[in-house]
Design a protein around this ligand. Structure first.
Ligand SMILES: *Cc1c(COP(=O)(O)O)cnc(C)c1O
Length: 462
């Protein structure tokens, strides 16, 4: 198994190289050269297995023997032992054929833990084997930073620096990052906004000379290992509901498209999926593209579902690569046009996408209405991201017979603002986090200056 770029120019890489590399040198994203098959018998044999065992079986062909089976099994088991629910990602039945897949039982209460608990351990394994150390840099306005910190806090060969905008993230989100006191974790509060923080991280990746040869690693969702880890819960939940003997549909609250793209990969491997429903908030580029063929940027809107606030969906490029018949030159040309002006997909690729994907966009007022309505009908309090999914599943499903699984991407306690606005007194943090507001914090405030940030990284990496 080799990995190739969606823009067709960068060299093919091994799994190990792809995990350590991030973006391809031609500006594209890496995808597997061939998609391994999960046959009818493979799926049937997964019934009743543990999540970790299903994870091992689904991911093994992507790892390609580059981690021996016993070691990889150990990594997978360790990663998912950090989840507070025995089922890791339990299914919660809402009515006759609408289910919630609860992806929020990891250390930071959002679905990003599923991938980042695994990615940190895989990176550490490869770095130890090579006798190297690496630095992770990231900018966050919320979920990714804390999930990355939790995923790397025990990794001896990694130092992680996460930049957040000073006094502009919620207290719960800040504390989820700053109360991790491990020696290899560095939280930096930037005197500026998220874009300032993001720009400094981008500049550091573009010119890494300040690190004198130490590798800089990205853990955002362009890293293939994150997609790979997310394929697993599509397979596990569909098998729990009767796959391969019965098809299911999935509804996915979406932003950068990493989550739902993993579902698409599961389908291409052989999982019987009738439909993927993409739920967006008011930042609806994915919905506009699918529904109206309006592939254009619009201004960022701050919504009640902030982890879905994006202008461009970075992983959509991976789906475009498939829709365009893996023609890297066509993808590169389309994305070049897209950067410059509003554009549209060609007819045949768009038709191909519409065979598998439907979409629905949900504004803030509707998010509040859905939180109340879902509670009235099911007694569940949904987080605002999951609420977009709940509504989209009802409005965009192709039929009433196929079970639909809505992905619950965050715990409602993490996004209390929307829950309170919807008229509820709030949701308590789960027991393992109930002292979060009393824990000691550690972070460094720095000006929004590239040289100050880079000096801090160089002086503090171990
Ligand atoms: C990151 C995130 C999303 C969006 O996922 P993508 O993979 O970027 O599409 C949705 N909900 C929550 C809670 C998130 O943290």
């Amino acid at each position: 198994m080799r990995y190739i770029s969606t823009r067709g120019q960068a060299p093919a890489l091994s799994f190990e190289e792809v995990v350590l590399t991030g973006m391809a040198s031609d500006g594209g994203l890496y995808v597997p050269e061939t998609i391994p098959a999960l046959g009818h018998d493979d799926l049937a044999a997964m019934a009743g297995l543990s999540y970790a065992e299903i994870a091992f079986r689904v991911m093994k062909p992507y790892v390609n023997g580059e981690i021996d089976d016993a070691t990889f099994r150990g990594i997978v088991e360790e990663a998912y032992a950090t989840f507070s629910h025995d089922a890791v990602v339990p299914l919660n039945q809402l009515d006759a054929n609408h289910f919630l897949l609860e992806l929020f039982h990891g250390p930071t209460l959002a679905f990003k833990d599923v991938a980042l608990q695994l990615l940190g351990r895989i990176l550490d394994h490869f770095l130890k084997k090579r006798g190297e150390r690496a630095v992770i840099m990231g900018a966050t306005s919320g979920d990714t930073g804390s999930a990355a910190i939790e995923g790397c806090r025990h990794c001896d060969n990694l130092d992680i620096f996460i930049l957040h905008p000073h006094q502009r993230v919620s207290e719960v989100q800040r504390r989820q990052m700053t109360t991790v006191l491990a020696d290899n974790v560095f939280n930096v509060a930037i005197e500026g906004n998220f874009d300032d923080a993001q720009a400094m991280v981008k500049a550091s990746f573009a010119d890494q000379s300040f690190l004198d040869g130490t590798r800089l690693v990205a853990v955002n969702s362009i890293n293939w290992a994150r997609i790979m880890a997310q394929v697993v819960y599509y397979v596990a939940s569909a098998v729990a509901l009767g796959a391969p003997h019965r098809a299911v549909s999935f509804c996915v609250p979406s932003a950068n498209f990493g989550n739902v793209f993993a579902g698409y990969i599961a389908k291409r491997m052989g999982l019987p999926v009738k439909q993927f429903i993409i739920a967006t908030n008011a930042n609806d580029i994915l919905h506009r593209t699918l529904a109206d063929n309006d592939f254009s940027k619009q201004e960022l809107k701050a919504t009640l579902a902030p982890s879905m606030d994006i202008v461009v969906s970075s992983n959509f490029e991976r789906l475009l690569f498939e829709a365009y018949g893996r023609d890297g030159a066509a993808v590169a040309a389309l994305l070049e046009r897209f950067q410059a002006e509003p554009t549209a997909l060609a007819d045949a690729p768009l038709a191909r996408l519409r065979e598998s994907f439907a979409s629905h966009s949900v504004d803030d007022a509707t998010i509040l209405e859905v939180i109340r309505e879902a509670h009235h009908r099911t007694q569940e309090i949904l987080d605002p991201h999951t609420a977009t999914g709940y509504r989209a599943a009802e409005r965009a499903r192709a039929d009433a017979e196929t079970p639909v699984i809505t992905l619950a991407t965050a715990h409602p306690a993490k996004f209390a603002e929307a829950v309170v606005k919807a008229g509820f007194p709030g949701v308590p943090l789960p027991p393992h986090m109930d002292d979060l507001l009393e824990r000691e914090e550690r972070y460094t405030v720095l000006p929004a200056e590239l040289s100050a940030v880079q000096r801090f990284v160089v002086e503090n990496r171990r």
